[in-house]
Design a protein around this ligand. Structure first.
Ligand SMILES: Nc1ncnc2c1ncn2[C@@H]1O[C@H](COP(=O)(O)OP(=O)(O)OP(=O)(O)O)[C@@H](O)[C@H]1O
Length: 335
């Protein structure tokens, strides 16, 4: 038995609400690739992650960072090479654990000749639902995802966004304690994205724990309690969105006219950001340097048209984390 298939973890923390919905320790995954399977892609390298009951947790990372691999291991679709991944303190393979989880895969592929209603009904039957309760739940979840009216059309006639919404309805049909969503807003129009966000927030209100992965930073900012940033299969940042964003030293953004970027760079300040915009230059410096920079710009004959506190966003943090990861931004490590 590999470490990944351990059925129980005696050391899994048990809170008053029971074991953590998700606990990952030292998780690694190496895929074998190449014609002779003689190359390896390190998709995950020693990942640790804990998700507490009721949390909305975002896995953020560039393409190929290992987000889907993490989710597939948690859903029992891919075997880990090392480490353990537990749901509610147990192996994801156990049927009673799986019954507590709703899963929306990336690029869901549904039975095309069924209607949306038939498909979601089938999913409900697999979860052991039947009769009036099943019919009522199907109607309710289809309504929630905005598919009430189109639910009697065959899925092969659906757009990508309609398929995504129907797949979400099947994830919700069992009223799961844990919802795992792989790129939930991909393929959705702006209205669909808003609806998806509203559904996630409504599920959170009900106390559902939610793990979702994305590279859409605004979704994480709008929805998540906590976030982990993955780059090249490693966790490079983790914390509450608020903590990560506010732990930064304050900085100030200035817009300067009348001096070229090269001249400003020669002043010897360390700029967090410097960009030439037509005849203006936008600069960002630590708060402590702002006054001296202002004086230096005026002394050189420049003019400052705007000076305001810069809002450090999750996007800055994300870009910074990718830079710190040594420029490796896309895909796992290939050997
Ligand atoms: N079945 C597979 N066989 C070989 N390599 C794979 C396989 N699945 C994923 N990989 C590789 O593992 C790495 C991580 O992929 P993964 O799909 O987990 O990343 P991701 O963060 O979900 O990316 P994206 O945002 O593009 O969906 C990538 O380098 C990818 O090429």
């Amino acid at each position: 038995m590999t470490a990944a298939t351990k059925l129980t973890a005696p050391e899994a923390p048990v809170t008053s609400e029971g074991p953590a919905p998700v606990r990952i320790r030292g998780l690694s995954k190496t895929y074998r690739v190449g014609f002779f399977l003689n190359k390896q892609v390190k998709a995950l390298q020693g990942l640790d992650l804990d998700i507490a009951p009721g949390q909305v947790y975002g896995l953020l990372g560039p393409n190929g960072a290992g987000k889907s691999t993490t989710i597939k291991i948690l859903m029992g679709l891919v075997r880990a090479s090392q480490g353990e991944a537990l749901l509610f303190g147990e192996s994801p393979d156990r049927p009673h654990v799986r019954r507590q989880v709703g899963f929306l895969p990336e690029n869901p592929s549904l039975y095309e000749y069924l209607t949306g209603r038939e498909f979601v009904t089938l999913a409900g039957r697999i979860f052991g639902l039947s009769g009036q309760e099943l019919d009522q739940r199907v109607t309710r979840v289809l309504g929630e995802v905005g598919m009430g009216r189109a639910s009697d059309l065959q899925i092969r006639r659906y757009s990508k966004g309609m398929v995504q919404r129907t797949a979400l309805a099947q994830a919700l049909i069992s009223q799961p304690r844990l919802l795992v969503l792989d790129e939930p807003t991909s393929g959705l129009d702006p209205l669909g994205r808003r609806q998806m966000r509203d559904i996630i927030l409504a599920e959170r209100e009900k106390g559902t724990t939610i793990l979702f992965c994305t590279h859409i930073i605004s979704d994480v900012e709008a929805l998540c309690d906590r976030v982990a940033v993955l780059v090249g299969g490693k966790r490079v940042q983790e914390g509450s969105v608020q903590e990560l964003v506010s732990a930064r030293t304050p900085s100030v953004e200035l817009v300067v006219h009348g001096l070229p970027l090269e001249q400003l760079q020669a002043l010897g300040f360390t700029y967090e950001h410097a960009q030439q915009l037509d005849s203006r230059v936008r600069l960002r410096v630590p708060d402590a340097d702002a006054h001296r920079l202002l004086q230096a710009v005026i002394a050189q004959g420049g003019r400052v048209s705007s000076l305001q506190p810069a809002r450090f966003s999750l996007e800055d943090l994300f870009l910074e984390a990718m830079q710190k990861a040594g420029g490796q931004t896309v895909g796992g490590e290939i050997q």
